[in-house]
Design a protein around this ligand. Sequence first.
Ligand SMILES: NC(=O)C1=CN([C@@H]2O[C@H](COP(=O)(O)OP(=O)(O)OC[C@H]3O[C@@H](n4cnc5c(N)ncnc54)[C@H](OP(=O)(O)O)[C@@H]3O)[C@@H](O)[C@H]2O)C=CC1
Ligand SMILES: CC(C)(CO)C(=O)C(=O)O
Length: 300
Amino acid sequence: MNVAIIGAGAVGQLTASFLVESGISVTLVARRQGQADELNAKYLTRVNVDGTKTVQKVASTTRIEELQQHDLIVIAVKYGQLQKLYEQLSSLPSSVPLLFMQNGLAHFDEALRLPQKNIAFCAVSFGAQMINQSTVRHRGVGACKIAIERGSSDAFNELLQLGNSFYPVELVVNAEQMLFEKAVFNCLINPLTAVLQVKNGELVTNKQAFLLMQTIYRELTAAFEGLEQAIPFLGVIDLCEKTASNTSSMLADRMQGRKSEIDTIVGVILEKALAGGHNLPTLRTLYHQVLAIEESGERR
Ligand SMILES: NC(=O)C1=CN([C@@H]2O[C@H](COP(=O)(O)OP(=O)(O)OC[C@H]3O[C@@H](n4cnc5c(N)ncnc54)[C@H](OP(=O)(O)O)[C@@H]3O)[C@@H](O)[C@H]2O)C=CC1
Ligand SMILES: CC(C)(CO)C(=O)C(=O)O
């Protein structure tokens, strides 16, 4: 099987590394030629959760138009980077299956406007941190859930049968519900880690941060019926603990001075809650804090 992964960042590199380990041929598509050259010249290194290293050869390119013959294209860029990609993806053959790996909800309808016959979405709860252009650190084992929204599961079978306990893959029935539940986890973790500039584990060990997370959980469960059953608070604590040493993707954005995914994650959840008459004041305050930090351009 030939898989192309667009986005040689934290999630793209980690996923590439586990697929290669299972004998799948992977092409990592980078945005910058310099990174593609480095990946081609060097090896891709994964620093495992126990600190050991797994080193593999992975091909890299910047040329999306060359991906016509691939059996699967995984899209592992940030939400804000998808807009530029849609046009290129739409010119690929409609037979090429696509798998979207973004957090948040805004890409769901957008991706389904593409002409491809097989489209699936992914919600991942592992931690991944880019160390440099060809090294990724696995910062916590967690599931990679896949839900097929259009077409058949055949194209995704090899991924679903990966059988690696460090990169567990699960098939989920309802893509939108899966993305919603993952966005709820991210509402509880990402903005707090970004504003407080702490790793995920500190949301449990720091009493004040924990209190804030509990308050947001109460707001969310009051707004969405059945959420407390679908996502018990213990599950949130568990995710923080499993990814304790991870820099959340939103904190990583703040540290790099990049625009975050606050709107596709928190913005969409706030809108849904408001439609049901719930304002979620604590989460809303964090939302504006993240936007204010971005507006101030603190690293510029
Ligand atoms: N990191 C984590 O622990 C987790 C992340 N996620 C989610 O996964 C998604 C990806 O996040 P993450 O991997 O952390 O993000 P990164 O910023 O680490 O990686 C994104 C990569 O995409 C590249 N890219 C952007 N545009 C293009 C393009 N047109 N062609 C090719 N490559 C492109 C970027 O290149 P460049 O650097 O040149 O801009 C960058 O290397 C996000 O939605 C995030 O929320 C989910 C769970 C955990
Ligand atoms: C799973 C988690 C919380 C890992 O940090 C994540 O989704 C993110 O950082 O965006």
